[in-house]
Design a protein around this ligand. Structure first.
Ligand code: GDP
Length: 717
């Protein structure tokens, strides 16, 4: 069985937007224009309301799906040309989370998509979240187009929004269009490359009509075309010379160079329009075809061979060994649990077995589907570079790698941050109790930064995540999606402990009780873990994990090697229990330097106890401290509240890092300990008559000041 779309005609992209910028509306229009969706919120003749409601329901679900597939042929092919299947492109549109508390989700989605369309509000321009998301896209080197939306709104201003992109996101952005009219006069766009004007007629603007450039825009169009062409040709020496010699460069040539520049992250083309008023979305889709990469344009993906620990690569080729990444689990009301995956190399067929390199498990891959606006298309075989969803896989989790068992690879290497906040949660009724376990299990499968733990002492359930809002949303989803009502406790900060000095300790654990005795003797040297250790990772006798390193320097077998793992285990257990206030200890390098053994009495348990005691003793001497999560805070408020806001933050141990102007408002950037930020959003609202807004994101762990540490220790007693 062959692929129905050659790989160069596939585009895997995401739509990235600040909440409310119009991602949903843009997605709806895309589904409509790509033809897989003919009814947007409108009842047509001959349809019953129930039909329509069903479709609405389905549409609503599809819009939030992890990946939707649709097909597009560029509008300049004309009516007939567009019908030809060979002119069509397959778009896999990958959902990117809008909210900042899901940093990890955003990061992860950046790995799965090859490119992105960034949507901006034409009134507000670049907003805080646009900046954060842009930064993640930048880190992952994801090629981008910009779409300045909502140009029909009162106060919309293309030039200002464009300037905010240049100033705040990238100098590499360049206008591809200028709008015809703004606010209630917004009618369409002038394309600066082909120097034509476009308007949109018919149902939901479905007909793209080419017209003359309005007289009053001609001068601007010529000026900005020059600018655009210059920005394009500077990416190609030959073209640059031709251009400087005064030669007219054909549009097809310009497009070709621009495509290469966009894929290389050298240029970010900017488009504009109004999704709601049906102006311009089709032209963005043309641009997705023209400028965004196909999987073939992407570098090979790297992973680790789990057998050797060596780095290996996979290319987007059907004949390479199969490798795919599960990037999202999602419950679908029509077909059940879906595991969305992207195939990086090779192919996979429904009905075969799928090997999960991350867990070592094998599962039968029953059905595979692709979500389209109006149906779940059954897929027999998925090829390299494609995206699809497996139905009913039981063991696979988000970010697991599926691969050829004989050519194993692990793709996901994102290190997820440990949760920084936790709270107790209790079901309201007996019925809730049963569903709660299932709901929490599902939610934590989906989201690696969300954890669930039973507290063995109290029998209560503790959930933890990346911020107050993160946990709020989880509790809310439990209610809405799983119908579980729960009482939640006060949020608790996930403190940690570490050491700031070096120390040594020696312990002999000896017991003589009639029969067989116990004998364990170790000498440990501990010091703060330096980041450069990362480089030595592969060296022998060093075992490094997140925040812990164990070096075995025993010479001449003074402790037999079979007992060494027990020593490491004892140290780890002591670290789990902490030393200052009972919080987990991190970032410690522990070296086992000396010891002894007894032929008969030595045992694993004896070494474990000795190691644990020696570690505790050493840690006490190594200037132990408590660490607390520090959050990065961005507060946007009207100017008159500035003084109150900064004063309040300073009283909260906050460090003000800067202030900015943004669209007539003031922005305060600060770093503030999480423990001081509980309920901050509510406080902010009441301090600013509801007009202030805040983004809070985990930044790093820092040492707690001594006076605060004392009260933490007190509270734990
Ligand atoms: P999302 O939060 O990014 O998914 O944004 P939505 O698509 O849900 O849009 C947020 C609000 O803005 C909704 O009320 C939309 O109707 C509105 N909206 C979206 N696009 C436009 C547009 O082009 N013009 C105007 N005036 N409103 C828009």
């Amino acid at each position: 069985m062959n692929r129905d779309y050659p790989l160069e005609r596939v585009r895997n992209f995401g739509i990235i937007a600040h909440i409310d910028a119009g991602k949903t509306t843009v997605s709806e229009r895309i589904l409509f224009y790509t033809g897989s969706q003919h009814k947007i919120g409108e009842v047509h003749e001959g349809e019953t309301t129930t039909d329509w409601m069903e479709q609405e329901r389905e549409r609503g679900i599809t819009i939030t799906a992890a990946a939707i597939t649709c097909f597009w042929a560029t509008t300049y092919l004309g009516e007939e040309g567009r019908k030809n299947k060979d002119n069509k492109y397959r778009f896999n549109i990958i959902d990117t989370p809008g909210h900042i508390d899901f940093t990890v989700e955003v990061k992860r989605s950046m790995r799965v998509l090859d490119a992105a369309v960034c949507v901006f509000d034409g009134v507000a321009g670049v907003e805080p979240q646009s900046e954060t998301n842009w930064r993640y896209a930048e880190e992952a080197a994801v090629p981008r187009l910009c779409f300045i939306n909502k140009l029909d709104r009162i106060g919309a201003n293309f030039e200002k929004s464009y300037a905010s992109i240049l100033a705040r996101l990238s100098k590499k952005a360049v206008r591809m269009q200028i709008p015809i009219g703004e606010e209630d006069k917004h009618e369409g766009q002038v394309d600066l490359l082909d120097m034509k004007a476009y308007k949109f007629e018919g149902h939901l603007g479905g007909n793209v009509v080419e017209t003359e450039i309005p007289e009053n825009l001609k001068e601007d169009a010529i000026k900005y075309r020059h600018e655009l062409v210059e920005r394009i040709v500077e990416n190609d020496d030959e073209m640059m010379n031709k251009y400087l010699a005064g030669e007219e460069i054909p549009v097809a040539e310009l497009k070709k160079i621009l495509r290469e520049a966009v894929i290389a992250n050298k240029v970010f083309p900017v488009f504009c329009g109004s999704a709601l008023k049906n102006k311009g979305v089709q032209l963005v889709l043309n641009a997705v075809v023209d400028y965004l990469p196909s999987p073939l344009d992407m570098p090979a993906i790297k992973g680790i061979d789990p057998r050797t620990g060596e780095e290996v690569e996979r290319h987007p080729k059907d004949d390479e060994p199969f490798a795919a990444l599960a990037f999202k689990l999602q419950a679908d009301p029509f077909v059940g649990q879906l595991t969305f995956f992207r195939v990086y190399s090779g192919t996979i067929e429904s009905g075969s077995y799928i090997y999960n390199a991350s867990t070592g498990d094998k599962e039968r891959l029953g059905r595979i589907v692709r979500l389209q606006a109006d149906k779940r298309e059954e897929v027999k075989k998925v090829f390299a570079g494609e995206i699809a969803a497996a139905v009913g896989l039981k063991d696979a989790k988000t970010s697991n790698t599926f691969c050829d068992e004989n050519n194993p690879i692990i793709l996901e290497t994102i290190i997820f941050p440990e949760p920084v906040i936790s709270l107790r949660i209790e079901p309201k009724t007996k019925a809730d109790q049963e569903r709660m376990g299932m709901a929490l299990h599902r939610l934590s499968d989906e989201d690696p930064t969300f954890r669930v733990k039973g507290d063995p002492e109290t029998g209560e359930t503790v959930i933890s995540g990346m911020g107050e809002l993160h946990l709020d949303i989880i509790v809310d989803r439990m209610k809405r999606e799983f119908n579980v009502e729960a009482n939640v406790g006060a949020p608790q900060v996930a403190y940690k402990e570490t050491i700031t000095g070096t120390a040594e300790a020696e312990t002999k654990y000896i017991k003589q009780t009639g029969g067989k005795g116990q004998y364990g003797h170790v000498k440990l040297n501990i010091k703060p873990l330096e980041p450069e250790v990362e480089n030595k990772k592969k060296q022998k006798n060093i075992h490094r994990e997140e925040g812990f390193e164990f070096i075995d320097s025993i010479k001449g077998g003074v402790i037999p090697s079979e007992f060494i793992p027990a020593v490491e285990k004892g140290v780890k257990e002591a670290m789990e229990r902490g030393i200052v206030a009972g919080y987990k200890m991190v970032d410690v390098s522990c070296e086992l330097t000396f010891g002894s053994y007894h032929d008969v009495d030595s045992s694993e348990i004896a070494y474990k106890i000795a190691a644990s005691q020696a570690f505790q003793e050493a840690a006490k001497k190594a200037r132990p401290v408590i660490l607390e999560p520090i959050m990065k805070l961005e507060v946007v408020v009207p100017e008159q509240f500035m003084g109150d806001i900064t004063g309040h933050l300073s009283s909260k141990r906050g460090l003000i890092e800067g202030m900015d102007d943004r669209a007539g408002l003031k922005v305060v950037k600060a770093k503030v300990p999480l423990s001081e930020l509980f309920g901050y959003v509510t406080t902010l609202r009441s301090m600013t008559e509801g007009r202030g807004n805040a983004n809070i994101e985990f930044d790093h762990y820092a040492i707690v000041p001594a006076n605060v540490a004392l009260s933490i220790v007190e509270a734990r007693k």
